[in-house]
Design a protein around this ligand. Structure first.
Ligand code: CAA
Length: 402
């Protein structure tokens, strides 16, 4: 494994960092307070090419590798989690699934406009009654001639009121004995008759983001919009999560970094008992733990990104990265508040927002409990990754830039 960053990687990092510092830092506190996604965010991410960062140029993307996606997510979440969440749904859970599972027609109709930032995409798996237990979902899709009639409710959906289409998973084949074989995936345009959607307010964190619900009532979806074959919906959803979790894990590493940098700044300036608080050993211990977790989280996402570049199965490694980095980001933000003392408890400093933002990622895209079950399952020999069709295509610069 070679984890050295290329000049291109550094250029991508710097581009995202500059964007965040110049355009997002000045507006983020107010967006968080008012619980609104600033209208500039999606168009600017599109115009900068970030929404198509690791997609082939022939589909409107920028032609960079999958590692670049992790680097982008680290930079975005070092600024605010709501930015990284856009990449998680638009790219991780949607665009990469179309790249992996879509036919040429679907790549032209859906992937290309969303890679160019002309359209936005989201992911519909979670329902009011189902989160971890995917195979038990209530949403249905019944074949009717050349169409499917889709019914159901999806909940906690990022970009619910912003995106132009949703990757929707529903039960198509209840007669099959294995529930894993009963689901199928669809690309549903949000202007289709029967689609309704709304925002959810009052969340603990990611308040500058867009989260909501999407309902389908007898929505007619052409069979040409089915992603993969009938019955492949569970596997498609799981492969989406392999990519979404990568963006969540790498983003959480950015949140650890932000907590560390804020803590170092504060510890070097605030004095107590006659010296900077950074000179006190218990503050140093907290800083040391943030350094440790940042470096470990970073190695875990670089490994997952490297595996993706090779086209190798990475479900286990990505799950470990997501579990470790999200738990650690919550710890880091919590300790950052402790270092800031009472100031950390107010939104005069960013660390209270980091804590609120870090909490959701321990729940979404696989709770920490699900990831522990997965890791124990691999270790005990109860779980193994088969089906090699479930990989992203290996990154090939000549193809991506061709
Ligand atoms: N890629 C491809 N195929 C996969 C796969 C993957 N990553 N993981 C599993 N599969 C395949 C398996 O190979 C197996 O195939 P066969 O039947 O052919 O052998 C099949 O899928 C069933 O797999 P499992 O036996 O592992 O399934 P399980 O029922 O034991 O489920 C689980 C495992 C880990 C609990 C899984 O259901 C899971 O990850 N649950 C959490 C779901 C989740 O993350 N929800 C969050 C939703 S999205 C979100 O958070 C965003 C939002 O909306 C807020």
């Amino acid at each position: 494994m070679d984890f050295s960053l290329s000049d291109e990687h550094r250029m991508v990092q710097q581009m995202v960092r500059d964007y965040c510092e110049k355009e997002v830092v000045p507006i983020i506190k107010e967006a968080d307070r008012t619980q609104t996604m600033h209208p500039s965010i999606l168009p600017r991410l599109g115009a900068l090419g970030i929404l198509g960062i690791c997609l082939p140029e022939r589909y409107g993307g920028q032609g960079f590798d999958y590692l670049s996606l992790g680097l982008v997510c680290e930079e975005l979440e070092a600024c605010d989690t709501s930015l990284r969440v856009v990449m998680s749904v638009h790219m991780g859970l949607n665009s990469l699934a179309i790249l992996q599972w879509g036919n040429e027609d679907q790549k032209q109709r859906f992937l290309t406009p969303q890679a160019k930032g002309e359209k936005y995409a989201m992911f519909g798996l979670t329902e009011p009654g189902v989160g971890s237990d995917v195979a038990n979902m209530a949403s249905t899709a019944r074949r009717d001639g050349d169409d499917y009639l889709v019914n159901g409710e999806k909940m906690w959906i990022s970009l619910a009121t912003k995106a132009h289409h949703i990757l929707w998973v529903a039960r198509t084949n209840p007669e099959r004995p294995n529930p894993h074989d009963q689901l199928s995936a669809f690309l549903i345009e949000t202007d289709s008759p029967g689609v309704t959607r709304g925002d959810i307010h009052g969340k603990l964190g990611v308040r500058a983001g867009s989260t909501g619900w999407v309902n389908c009532a007898d929505v007619r979806v052409p069979a040409a919009n089915r992603l993969g074959e009938e019955g492949e919906g569970f596997k498609i959803a799981m492969s989406c999560l392999d990519n979404g979790r990568y963006t969540v894990g790498s983003g959480a590493v950015g949140l650890i970094r932000a907590s560390l940098e804020a803590s170092v700044r504060y510890a070097n300036s605030r004095k107590a008992f006659g010296r900077e608080i950074g000179k006190h050993q218990l503050v140093q211990q907290k800083i040391a733990r943030m350094v440790r977790d940042y470096e470990m989280g970073r190695l875990l996402y670089l490994r997952a990104g490297w595996l993706k570049n090779q086209g190798k199965r990475n479900t286990k490694e990505t799950s470990l990265c997501k579990w470790f980095a999200t738990d650690a980001s919550f710890e880091a933000a919590n300790e950052a508040i402790q270092i800031h003392g009472a100031y950390g408890y107010s939104d005069e400093y960013d660390v209270e927002r980091y804590l609120r933002n870090s909490r959701g990622a321990i729940i979404y895209e696989g709770t920490s409990e699900i990831h522990q079950l997965m890791q124990a399952g691999y270790a005990l020999g109860y779980r193994e990754d088969g089906d090699l069709r479930c990989e992203l295509p290996a990154y090939d610069e000549a193809v991506w830039r061709g």
